[in-house]
Design a protein around this ligand. Structure first.
Ligand SMILES: NC(=O)C1=CN([C@@H]2O[C@H](COP(=O)(O)OP(=O)(O)OC[C@H]3O[C@@H](n4cnc5c(N)ncnc54)[C@H](O)[C@@H]3O)[C@@H](O)[C@H]2O)C=CC1
Ligand SMILES: CC(C)CC(=O)C(=O)O
Length: 353
């Protein structure tokens, strides 16, 4: 399996180093023959080649079997004409990675802030408020006058249908419960359509129970009783915000892994950003990117039928759970290890099993 690795900004290089260590251990144990190909992205790429993402990266990624994208300092990237492209958006859009799968769970020995739970947020990843600045291709922000900005949000039947199916398929493999999160009381047309399509789609999945909750009330419900949720589906921005909350409720934003998936490609990516406040200190939790990578291996296994990749993904998840349970983890989840040592502990557990 050929994997392109783009370390990114801030804590990106640190958590990527820890992650590739775990990947090498998994490759050895499960004989995966992983080939990792590293390239610059974000500020490092801007310095080297005048753009945060070199155009040839797209072909490089398309020719590979998977992509690991570290967090990037997207807030710094304001002007595409100066090469300041948002790498997340670039790959999500150009590879049509329409589903962002963001699991959050607590770990034995380290309960979450509010008791144990195990859920997955399925976030629509290609439209909503984040789609594109170019109105012809989607939506975005428009400066109407120097004092007035209009931010548009695109919701389409196609994107609602495909994210609804992705969420239903996942729920059928889990506890068979789907919660649709929306704001259809205010965004009556857009979220109204999203809600209606999700409900209609779910009817095609026998035994799947469905409910729906308004995004504002959801903030209370998920804090009050996160254990009542299984798979949660939402539009792009709501899913983005909600999944940071569920990661933090599980113990730390640094546990938030995610897989961006389309029909052909997948990109592992931590749910959080480049964390400049802790960058370069060897304190960031690498588990977010390690779990994202475990999802990537499992996805590849499912897609190609090579079961050992799925086994490797599950073994990485189990090794993460063991390391956290034993306190061999970073300080945000109660441990004392640095980023690199926390990754090494997971790699060691993986090799010893
Ligand atoms: N996918 C991406 O590349 C994303 C990039 N960003 C960008 O990241 C930059 C920083 O954004 P912030 O608002 O600071 O959000 P952030 O998600 O980077 O950090 C929020 C808080 O969580 C902590 N945190 C994040 N990851 C952690 C980890 N692995 N271990 C322990 N603690 C962790 C940080 O120290 C900080 O206190 C901005 O430029 C933003 O645009 C933000 C979100 C996603
Ligand atoms: C980096 C941005 C595109 C924000 C985002 O979508 C994310 O946090 O995943």
């Amino acid at each position: 399996m050929q994997i392109v690795v783009l370390p990114g900004d801030g804590i990106g290089p640190e958590i990527t180093t820890a992650t590739t260590g775990v990947l090498r251990a998994a490759s050895e144990r499960f004989q995966l023959n992983l080939r990792l190909e590293e390239h610059a992205v974000g500020h490092a790429s801007l310095k080297l080649s005048g753009t945060t993402v070199r155009p040839e990266m797209l072909d490089i990624v398309r020719a590979a079997d998977g992509l690991i994208l570290g967090p990037t300092a997207t807030f710094d990237f304001k002007d595409e004409a100066r090469g300041e492209i948002n790498p997340s958006r670039y790959f999500r859009k150009n590879l049509d990675l329409y589903a962002n799968i963001r699991p959050a769970r607590t770990y034995a020995g380290r309960p979450g802030r509010l008791g144990d739970f195990d859920l997955v947020v399925v976030r629509e990843n290609t439209e909503g408020f984040y789609a594109d600045r170019n109105l012809e291709q989607g939506n975005g922000e428009m400066l109407v006058t120097p004092d007035v900005v209009i931010s548009l949000r695109r919701i389409t039947r196609l994107c609602c249908e495909r994210i609804a199916h992705a969420a239903c398929r996942l729920a059928m493999k889990r506890q068979r419960h789907l919660t649709i999160v929306h704001k259809a009381n205010v965004l009556k047309i857009g979220d109204g359509m999203f809600l209606e399509i999700c409900r209609a789609t779910a009817k095609a999945y026998p035994g799947l129970s469905v409910d729906d909750i308004l995004i504002d009330a959801m903030m209370a419900h998920v804090v009050r009783s996160p254990d009542r949720f299984d798979v949660i589906v939402s539009t792009n921005m709501f899913g983005d915000i909600l999944s940071d909350l569920t990661a933090e409720l599980s113990g730390s934003l640094g546990l938030g892994g995610s897989l961006n998936v389309g029909e052909r490609y997948a990109m592992a990516q931590a749910a959080h950003g480049s964390a400049p406040d802790i960058a370069g200190q060897d304190v960031a939790n690498p588990v977010s990117l390690i779990l994202s990578t475990a999802l990537l291996l499992a996805w590849h296994g499912e897609k190609t039928g090579a079961v050992r990749y799925e086994e490797a993904g599950h073994a990485i998840e189990a090794a993460v759970a063991k390391a956290i349970g034993e306190g061999r983890a970073t300080r945000d989840v109660g441990g004392k290890l640095g980023t690199i040592a926390a990754g090494a502990a997971i790699a060691e557990i993986l090799q010893a099993e």
